[in-house]
Structures are given as structure tokens and as C-alpha cells.
Ligand binder design. Structure first.
Ligand SMILES: NC(=O)c1ccc[n+]([C@@H]2O[C@H](COP(=O)([O-])OP(=O)(O)OC[C@H]3O[C@@H](n4cnc5c(N)ncnc54)[C@H](OP(=O)(O)O)[C@@H]3O)[C@@H](O)[C@H]2O)c1
Length: 320
């Protein structure tokens, strides 16, 4: 099969296309014919060992000290069940699916990948084309985790989304509006119309001080609104979601989340079958991720875009 490989850490040019043996599904595993895979900011960070400050060493230990142990990158995929391993009862060949390879096992950036039958795998709705399905989960799972589970956003609350038009921000802007909140989106001026189309009622350039609010929830997707700067923007019971904070603020947030009525929310997004099912339910309510789709031989360009910190929505790569 064709596979993207990264045999060392570095910029997008460390990626290559190679021919590798097709994986085989073991007991209770499912072989997926990958038709598209996502190239997220997370994938770009793993490729480059570009962790938020303080997390570089743990990431290196997890991925491989001198070079990546898992040479095929990629987590989010959409495709079709190609074959099932012994004991699989839930899936049959030919079923359209989408999902995520678990943890740091990676491997989705190839013609085929293997996942556990009870893992992060769901049936792909007919109304969700393959490219959108491959870019569906990264942003929306993160947005739902921070806004719904951690910040417990209520209808009629006010939300500030800092970094509102990338994968996470676009999903968060849509979701917050969908939950009945009033959204102020911080984005570069060229993306203001896009942010309004997602559901923001107010937009502002992130290079200027944000509109003063106050906000019930500030979601700092870009990592440029730490507690000290966000605090004056919050109501007395406001919550600050630190989506991309360095290790220090993450530890501070978990040790000391409550700050005189206000609260810090942080941590890695929880990826579970239940979280996937909830996210997918939003498709029936109109959610469709915004996608830039590139062919497999443009994998270096796809990673360049994902590394830029300025993409609109999601980047996916098509293998068919
Ligand atoms: N905690 C978790 O588990 C978790 C999960 C997923 C993602 N993340 C992190 O979330 C971050 C965002 O991911 P993403 O996929 O949404 O990234 P992305 O698609 O690259 O989007 C980045 C966004 O940030 C905006 N931006 C760039 N510079 C900015 C600045 N100085 N101030 C405010 N906004 C700015 C960009 O807007 P313009 O294009 O208009 O410049 C764009 O909307 C990444 O750091 C990622 O690692 C964390």
C-alpha cells in the first residue's frame, strides 16, 4: 500500500511516500480502506516534536527519543471497512466508516489502517462525504470538550473565541452559537465574514485588544490569552478554556482551577466512543466542517498548511 512516512522529526519535508506492506487485522480488529485522512495542527506538532512549552520531553519519550517509533503518521480517517479480523461482530466489509486511531498509535496516513472494533470508529452517515468525514472530529471534539464538559456553557451566555477560524475555533464558534450563546470571534480581518457565517455575532482583529465583554466563557484556542490577560474579560463566574497552554499553566489550572468564582479549564481533549457519538449527532443539527482537500502527492503542502497556524478549518488528504 501507499503510505506517508516520517522517519525523523522536522519540517514538512521529512515526509515521504513509500510502499509498505498492508497491515492485517488481528483478533477483534478492523482493516480500513482509508479514502481520506486529516492533517491537523496536532499531526503537524507530532511530526515536528513541536509541543507547547514544557511538554517537549514527555512527547519525545512517548513518540521515540531520536526518531519516531511509528513511521506512518495520521490519526483521523474516513473510508470503508475492507476486512474484519477474527471475532469481529460489529462491522462488515463495505461499511462506510470514520474514526481516529487511538492515542499515539497513528498510522492513518496510508491506503489502509487497522483499528480495534470497539475503538474510535463510527459508521459514516450518507450525508457526510468522505473529505468532510476525515476532518470532522479534531475541531468538534475539542470544542465540545471545552465548551460543554469543562466550561458548561449555557444558552444566552457570552463567549469569546480567540482563534476562531481554524479547526478548533471554527467548530467552537459554530457549537457555541448552536448552544444558544452569543459569540465574539477574534480572527484576522480576512476571516471575519467566515466567522459570522459560522455563527459569530461580533468579530474583531486579534492584533487589537479584544472587545471588553465581559464574557461568561473565553476560549483561548490560539494560546495568546493567558489568565492574566483573560481575567479582566471574564464575568464574576467566568470560565477560561486554555486549549493550547504550555505545561506550567496547564498544571496551574489543574491544581488551582477555581479563582474567586472564576474557573480555568485545561487538559487534553478526551477521545471516547461516547464523545465521537455526541459529536456526530451535531451533524444531524447541521454541523459540517470546513475542508481544504489535497491529493496524496501534496502531503508536504498539506503539512505546511497545518503547521502555519493560519489555516481556515481543516486540511484533509485524499487517497482515492
Ligand atoms: N487541548 C487539546 O487537547 C487540544 C486539542 C486540539 C487542538 N489543540 C491546540 O489548539 C490549537 C489550535 O488548533 P487548530 O487546529 O484550531 O489550529 P489552526 O487550524 O491552525 O487555527 C489557528 C487559528 O488561530 C488563529 N490565530 C493565529 N495567530 C493568532 C493570534 N496571534 N491570536 C489569535 N488567533 C490567532 C488563526 O487565525 P487566522 O488564520 O485568521 O490568522 C486560526 O484561526 C493548537 O495549538 C492545537 O495544538 C489542543
Amino acid at each position: 500500500m501507499r503510505a506517508v512516512t516520517a522517519r525523523r522529526y522536522g519540517g514538512p519535508r521529512v515526509l515521504a511516500l513509500e510502499t509498505l506492506p498492508r497491515p492485517r487485522p488481528g483478533p477483534r480488529e478492523v482493516l480500513i480502506r482509508v479514502e481520506a485522512f486529516g492533517v491537523t495542527r496536532g499531526d503537524a506538532r507530532l511530526r515536528a516534536l513541536d509541543a507547547p512549552r514544557g511538554m517537549g520531553l514527555p512527547l519525545r519519550l512517548a513518540l521515540g527519543v531520536t526518531r519516531p517509533r511509528r513511521v506512518v503518521p495520521g490519526r483521523e480517517f474516513a473510508g470503508t471497512v475492507a476486512e474484519v479480523g477474527p471475532g469481529v461482530t460489529r462491522w462488515t466489509a463495505g461499511t462506510p466508516v470514520m474514526g481516529i486511531t487511538p492515542g499515539l498509535t497513528l498510522g492513518a496516513a496510508a491506503d489502509y489502517c487497522v483499528v480495534a472494533e470497539g475503538g474510535l470508529l463510527v459508521r459514516r452517515p450518507d450525508t457526510l462525504p468522505v473529505p468532510e468525514a476525515a476532518g470532522y472530529f479534531f475541531g468538534l471534539l475539542t470544542a465540545a470538550d471545552f465548551l460543554m464538559d469543562q466550561a458548561r456553557l449555557g444558552a444566552h451566555e457570552r463567549v469569546l473565541v480567540n482563534g476562531a477560524t481554524g479547526a478548533v475555533g471554527a467548530a467552537a464558534t459554530w457549537l457555541a452559537a448552536r448552544l444558544g450563546a452569543t459569540v465574539t470571534a477574534l480572527a484576522s480581518p480576512g476571516n471575519h465574514d467566515f466567522a459570522r457565517a459560522l455563527g459569530a455575532t461580533e468579530t474583531a482583529d486579534y492584533r487589537a485588544p479584544p472587545p471588553p465583554g465581559p464574557y461568561d466563557v473565553v476560549l483561548d484556542v490560539a494560546g495568546t490569552l493567558p489568565w492574566r490577560q483573560a481575567r479582566p474579560l471574564l464575568t464574576d463566574t467566568g470560565r477560561l478554556g486554555l486549549v493550547s497552554a504550555a505545561l506550567g499553566p496547564q498544571i496551574a489550572a489543574s491544581l488551582h482551577p477555581n479563582r474567586q468564582g472564576r474557573r480555568l479549564c485545561a487538559g487534553l481533549v478526551k477521545e471516547t466512543p461516547q464523545a465521537l457519538a455526541r459529536a456526530l449527532a451535531f451533524h444531524a443539527q447541521g454541523y459540517r466542517p470546513v475542508i481544504t482537500a489535497l491529493p496524496l502527492d501534496a502531503i508536504v503542502e498539506a503539512h505546511r498548511l497545518a503547521s502555519s497556524g493560519h489555516k481556515r478549518g481543516n486540511v484533509v488528504v485524499l487517497t482515492v
